[in-house]
Structures are given as structure tokens and as C-alpha cells.
Design a protein around this ligand. Structure first.
Ligand code: SAM
Length: 207
């Protein structure tokens, strides 16, 4: 499938690796007690989060992205993880297949309708009492000013639509306005990158 990420796939890891590494480690640390569980990284990009999990003994790992070019980079890493080239808004997985879904730096760049579709799909895919771990931007009073400027520059480089979606995501209080309290319960939140990024772990609420 074609994606705007096809063009930047080749530079994604070299440019962002250094900034993302501490965040990847923090995600892994939040998941250490779930090494035997099935984990899907939705919008996984080049697969670096799962590469780290695999290296540290996680067993049942699945990686899904719409960009075949991003996945080509993931495939070159010779990981044992299962890789799927699909759309996160409508995957072909059956209901309640995964214990944990990760979505990392993917929601902020989508329009509101797509964000909602992805969150609904996550809810469908997670087992009863499973978890979703969302990594994305967080701008609050404690966020470092230089980090805000840096993130704005990076997002501006993504093009007009991408940047407008990012600005709306921040204006709408990020994830807080997307996650419905009757569907997910917040378990932990871990702020990183001088409070510019938050890793939020939610448990699926059983109705
Ligand atoms: C900013 S990158 C984040 C990649 C990775 N999660 C990370 O943390 O580095 C966003 C990714 O979302 C993917 N993506 C965008 N829309 C998607 C969709 N509808 N379904 C699946 N993947 C999508 C892009 O191809 C890209 O790889």
C-alpha cells in the first residue's frame, strides 16, 4: 500500500534513532511483566520498538504498517516478528486477538475521523482486560519550550495536512479527548523527552 512514509523510510531510523531510543526503552520497561503475551505494534514503521522487545526476550510479536517501504526496512532487520502490510483503521485480524497493542507516534498526524477509527479498531483487537500503550506528544505547562519548538519543526516538515492534524491533536488535549472512559481505564502514564511525550497505558474496560 502507498503511504507518505514511503519517501522517508530510508532516513527514518538514522534521523530519529537517537531521540526515540530512550522512549523505546521506557516502553519496554513498562511491558517487562508481559514477555509471554501477544503484542501488536500498530503503525509500527521500521519495527525498532519490536526489535528491542525481541532482543529482550519478548516472544509473540506482530508488526503492522500501511507503508511497504517502512516494512521493507523492518524486514531487513531479520527479526522473528510477524509483519503485516495493512491499514490500521480496518485490519483483517479477528476480534480480541492480542493481549497488548502499541501505537507509537501515529495518532497525532491523523485527522479526527481516522484517529477515532484506529482507536475503535484497537478496542476490537484487544482481548478482554488487555492493554493499549499509546506513545505520542503531550504539551502541558511542564513541557520544555525548546522541545516544543523542535517538535513543531519536525511536524512542519511532514507537510501542511500532517502539521494541521498535529496542531489539532495538541489543541484537543491529545489522547485525552480520543479515549473513551467507558472503554479504556488509565493504568500508568510516563512522561519523557522533557515532558514533550507521554507513554500512556490503558486497560480495556469490560462492559
Ligand atoms: C511517525 S511513524 C511512527 C512509526 C513507529 N510507530 C515509530 O514509533 O517509530 C507513523 C507510521 O504510521 C504508518 N501509518 C500511517 N497511516 C497508517 C494506517 N492507516 N495504517 C497503518 N499504518 C499507518 C506510517 O506508514 C508510519 O510508518
Amino acid at each position: 500500500m502507498k503511504s507518505e512514509y514511503d519517501f522517508i523510510a530510508i532516513i527514518y531510523d538514522p534521523v530519529l534513532y537517537i531521540f526515540l531510543k530512550p522512549i523505546r526503552i521506557a516502553v519496554m520497561n513498562m511491558l517487562l511483566e508481559y514477555k509471554e503475551k501477544s503484542i501488536l505494534d500498530l503503525c509500527c514503521g521500521t519495527g525498532n520498538q519490536l526489535k528491542l522487545l525481541e532482543k529482550n526476550g519478548f516472544k509473540d510479536l506482530h508488526c503492522l504498517d500501511i507503508s511497504n517501504k517502512m516494512l521493507e526496512i523492518a524486514r531487513k532487520k531479520n527479526l522473528t516478528i510477524k509483519i503485516y502490510n495493512e491499514d490500521a483503521t480496518k485490519t483483517n485480524f479477528k476480534n480480541e486477538l492480542f493481549d497488548i497493542v502499541i501505537i507509537s507516534f501515529a495518532l497525532h498526524e491523523k485527522n479526527r475521523i481516522t484517529q477515532k477509527k484506529i482507536i475503535e479498531e484497537v478496542y476490537r483487537l484487544i482481548k478482554k482486560e488487555g492493554f493499549v500503550l499509546v506513545v505520542d506528544y503531550n504539551f502541558d505547562k511542564k513541557t520544555d519550550k525548546l522541545i516544543k519548538i523542535g517538535i513543531n519543526i519536525i511536524e512542519r516538515l511532514g507537510g501542511k495536512e500532517h502539521y494541521n492534524n498535529f496542531k489539532n491533536y495538541i489543541r484537543n488535549r491529545g489522547l485525552l479527548s480520543l479515549i473513551k472512559k467507558d472503554k479504556f481505564t488509565l493504568i500508568k502514564a510516563n512522561k519523557r523527552l522533557f515532558n514533550g511525550v507521554v507513554i500512556s497505558m490503558y486497560q480495556k474496560t469490560i462492559s
